[in-house]
Design a binder for this molecule. Structure first.
Ligand code: SF4
Length: 387
């Protein structure tokens, strides 16, 4: 197989690797430029990443994955030289500003890890490349491998895939819980030593192992507190033909969205994972975004007076995000908010917020029970609403 074909194959198979560096903004890559993914860089600015697998040959046999060893598919591996040279050509042509490199377990964990590390070392040393690199760690990566990764890459990640060891066993029998947590602990040490400027991340496959959202947040809380992860990504399970899980129902995208929204509440709105509005089945509601659902579960906390409420209380109002809160706090000593229109101008989503606030002593909302009934009756809208 020639290099172009290998690149196309490995870029295409990288879509099974769902952990994005930052906020993904998927666009079709230019013709002749397989593997380019548009995203946001560490400074929040748009950046194009070359996202590739170094190899799609795998020794492991995860039942949900089309790259599993039992599947008869085209296989390819790039040498460090091939990958580093290709990346530099695209970087110098201005097509990409960063690299996201992952690999299947080709020849075992040690060789797969060494191939990726050698690639990034070539980029840093021979090509003097100083830009962004996100490097995937293999389960069972040793301290010396993680240290080398941390000195070469900006961010590392290791796929958790499931929220605990029992769930993991169902979808990735060769993976052990400890072989994920140990490299995470080594990466945390590297982070604390001043390496890894963009920290470490992980991803979970949602809905593949029968896990609940509550189990997922028990795991993510630990990841954030114990291992200081910057980000946990959620990847809705999609059943793949010719795998043992081909008949397993795909997870609706909206579940992935609700998890992202809830994760956002924990990371940016001061929510504890235990406060999230899990339903009787331990999952988040799909029809309501989690902040709205939480507010409806806590009528004792509302309505609040926008003119006097503190920052934390304002942040808990559905429809009011951190930027709107700052605008309200900056203006309210000089301005008396009397109409919903005033809040709308500050970026507040008043169709939501009106049910939870008062303005100059007046309430503009409706009956909470009716609001819930109406929202639950609506078709599920699959789009992110982060506020
Ligand atoms: S380790 Fe499992 S998920 Fe990863 S490429 Fe191999 S079979 Fe697929």
């Amino acid at each position: 197989m020639d290099l172009e074909h290998k690149l196309e194959l490995l870029a295409d198979d990288a879509r099974f690797e769902a952990c994005d560096s930052f906020t993904p903004r998927k666009r079709k890559g230019k013709r002749g430029s397989p593997g380019i993914q548009h995203t946001r860089g560490p400074n929040g600015k748009p950046m194009a990443l070359l996202r590739l697998l170094q190899s799609n040959s795998c020794e492991w046999d995860c039942p949900y994955c089309p790259l599993r060893r039992s599947n008869d598919i085209a296989r390819a591996t790039l040498t460090p030289e091939e990958l580093a040279t290709t990346f530099m050509q695209r970087h110098e042509a201005g097509d990409v500003q960063g690299l996201f490199l992952s690999s299947a377990v080709d020849g075992g964990v040690r060789p797969a890890m060494a191939r990726m590390l050698d690639t990034v070392e070539l980029l840093r040393v021979r090509f003097a490349y100083t830009g962004y690199v996100h490097l995937k760690l293999m389960p069972g990566a040793r301290p010396d491998e993680v240290e080398r990764a941390a000195t070469l890459a900006d961010r590392v990640s290791i796929n958790l895939e499931a929220p605990n060891g029992a769930r993991m066993k169902r979808i990735s029998p060769e993976r052990r819980w400890s072989t994920i947590l140990e490299p995470m602990a080594y990466a945390r040490e590297q982070q604390e030593a001043g390496n890894l400027p963009s920290g470490q991340a992980t991803q979970l496959v949602v809905g593949a192992s029968g896990e609940s959202d509550r189990e997922i947040f028990a795991a993510t809380s630990r990841m954030y507190s114990e291992f200081k992860l910057r980000r946990v990504y959620f990847n809705a399970f999609r059943s793949q033909p010719n795998t043992p899980m081909a008949e397993h129902e795909s997870t609706p995208w909206v579940r992935q969205q609700r998890l992202q929204e809830a994760d956002w509440l924990v990371r940016h709105y001061g929510f504890d994972a235990s406060e999230l509005p899990f339903e009787a089945d331990d999952n988040l509601p799909l029809q309501l975004d989690p902040k709205f659902a939480w507010a409806l579960q806590h009528p004792e906390q509302f309505p609040i007076d926008v003119q006097t409420a503190d920052r934390e209380a304002l942040l808990r109002v559905p429809g009011i995000g951190p930027i709107s809160v700052e605008r309200i706090l900056a203006l309210r000593s000089a301005v008396r908010f009397r109409e919903l229109q005033h809040l709308r101008k500050l970026g507040v989503v008043v169709t939501k917020a009106r049910h939870f606030v008062t303005l100059d002593g007046r309430f503009f909302g409706g009956d909470a029970a009716q609001v819930v009934a109406r929202l639950r009756a609506q078709p599920i809208v699959e789009q992110l609403t982060l506020w």
